[in-house]
Write a protein that binds this ligand. Structure first.
Ligand SMILES: [Zn+2]
Length: 500
């Protein structure tokens, strides 16, 4: 059973390729009415978690920046992918991905020479026209523009990550955080990468959204995490760098076990565990997630330890949803060196540059992973089983017919639920079609106002996943729905069962 997500996404207005009327450009997608809401709710789950549970400061910096910070961070020099152009038609190919696709090998971290040798040895040609491929070269993925007019204009860059725009104001944030460490700062926003040949929908975009939290800490301080106990018994599938070198087989471990066996620190495993919890809240299938540690040759040189949470996609294979990295004092140290501004802190006479542990989410990928995990088929019916915490709408309200005062009564129910804080949609039309449409939008509950509503002061409540219908007192709806959504009440016990 495969459901074509890209097809439903376009048809139901989740997302589609941008600039369609002028011919689309690869790597740009527009989120439609449902997709933009789904993305907002997924973003909200991440933001709320880091602000309330992890006590992060929330900031928002410009996307367009001068070039200097990216010279300091190393992006101007080494934020590159290997490009190979076809000598006949000019089609660009990302060299490592081409090798992985054609030879089913891992080309991560391979040198230009080695890649060229493999391409020639296996007679790999242009995927578009079959022409000879030119020599691979490092291609910088930063988008550049200029800021201001005339002689005084300066080079501008679209940020390739939010992280550096969080590091730059570190001194100010440290003051605002009342000079305490560890200090967490989260930023959610757009970033840009001029990808060589993006052809994987939301998985590889040139303009994308990120949520990146930076935890600044004292490297000599206690490395334990205060809330580690809450997650330590969680069972996870793990691929350490050791097992990748040996047999490549995943093992099941507990979060506590990963630390006990010294694969990583409490901080990193805690952030990985809480990411898994967040993904589950988004409707991403936990059975399709695993933790993978970066091998020594693929990790950035400044990182002492990096892990990803990977999602196994039916369509795109394994995709990275979040990365957790110990970035040492590299970033702040470089900004101190290049800007000549002090990034050192003085805590009780101990003077040092803080170390950073970063948790970096893409947002677009979890949106896709939630859709792929939640797409269900039940006979002819196709629906998304999004949890109420992530679904674009939580409740849809309809009148049974478009006459006899029922739309006005339904509108009152809509207002009541809206005021109670739910994400609600009002619609009217042929009831079967309305249900079908909400199934495809992933709306968990539908409320129908009918002729009996006035006399029995009740409405029909329909459950998306099993289509069960119960009769519920109109006034009790907000309370009943809240209890069902938080798992405190079973749907079948919410009222008199009408169907199934
Ligand atoms: Zn070609």
């Amino acid at each position: 059973m495969t459901i074509n997500i890209m097809d439903i996404a376009k048809r139901r207005g989740f997302f589609w390729p941008s600039f369609e009327i002028y011919g689309s450009v690869g790597g740009f997608y527009t989120y439609g009415p449902l997709g933009s809401l789904l993305k907002l709710r997924i973003e909200k789950l991440i933001r709320d978690h880091y602000i309330t549970k992890e006590h992060c400061l929330n900031i928002e910096a410009p996307i367009l920046t001068p070039e200097d910070p990216w010279i300091a961070s190393g992006h101007v020099e080494s934020f590159t992918d290997m490009n190979m152009e076809c000598t006949k038609c000019g089609e660009p190919h990302r060299a490592d991905h081409l090798l992985e696709e054609k030879l089913k090998i891992d080309a991560e971290g391979m040198s230009l020479n080695k890649i060229l040798a493999k391409i020639r040895e296996n007679k790999i040609k242009c995927t578009k026209c079959g022409g000879e491929l030119g020599e691979p070269y490092d291609y910088n993925m930063m988008f550049k523009t200029s800021i201001g007019p005339g002689k005084n204009k300066i080079t501008g860059c679209l940020r390739p990550e939010t992280a550096q725009t969080t590091y730059m104001p570190f001194r100010r944030l440290f003051e605002l955080g009342r000079k305490k460490l560890p200090m967490g700062v989260i930023q959610i926003g757009r970033s840009y990468r001029n990808e060589i040949s993006p052809r994987q929908g939301l998985i590889r975009l040139r303009e994308f959204s990120q949520a990146e939290a930076q935890f600044f800490m004292d490297p000599k301080a206690d490395t334990r995490h205060p809330r580690f106990g809450r997650v330590k018994n969680m069972k996870v599938r793990v691929l350490t760098k050791g097992t990748q070198a040996k047999n490549g087989k995943e093992t099941e471990m507990t979060i506590g076990g990963i630390v006990a066996k010294k694969h990583t620190t409490e901080w990193i495993s805690y952030l990985l565990a809480t990411s898994l919890e967040l993904f589950e809240k988004m409707g991403i299938d936990p059975k399709r997630l695993r933790l993978r540690q970066h091998k020594d040759d693929e990790r950035s040189f400044y990182s002492s330890d990096t892990w990803d949470v990977e999602f196994m996609s039916d369509t795109f294979g394994k995709i990275e949803l979040v990365g957790v990295a110990a970035r040492t004092d590299y970033d702040l140290g470089r900004h101190q060196e290049f800007s000549k501004q002090k990034m050192e802190v003085n805590i009780d006479g101990n003077i040092f540059i803080p170390h950073v542990v970063e948790v970096a989410y893409g947002i677009d990928r979890p949106v896709y992973a939630a859709m792929e995990s939640s797409a269900k088929k039940d006979g002819d019916r196709v629906y998304f089983s999004f949890p109420p915490e992530a679904s674009p709408y939580q409740i849809a309200v309809f009148p049974l017919v478009k006459k006899d005062g029922l739309p006005e009564k339904a509108m009152k129910v809509y207002d009541m639920l809206n005021d109670a804080g739910f994400y609600v949609l009002y619609d009217q039309g042929f009831i079967g079609k309305l249900y079908y449409r909400q199934d495809e939008a992933g709306t968990p509950f539908c409320v129908t106002v009918d002729y009996e509503t006035a006399s029995d002061k009740s409405v029909t409540l329909r459950n998306r996943d099993d289509q069960m219908q119960v009769r519920v007192k109109t006034d009790a709806l907000p309370d009943v729905l809240k209890k069902i959504m938080t798992g405190k009440l079973q749907f079948r016990k919410a009222g008199k069962v009408l169907k199934k």
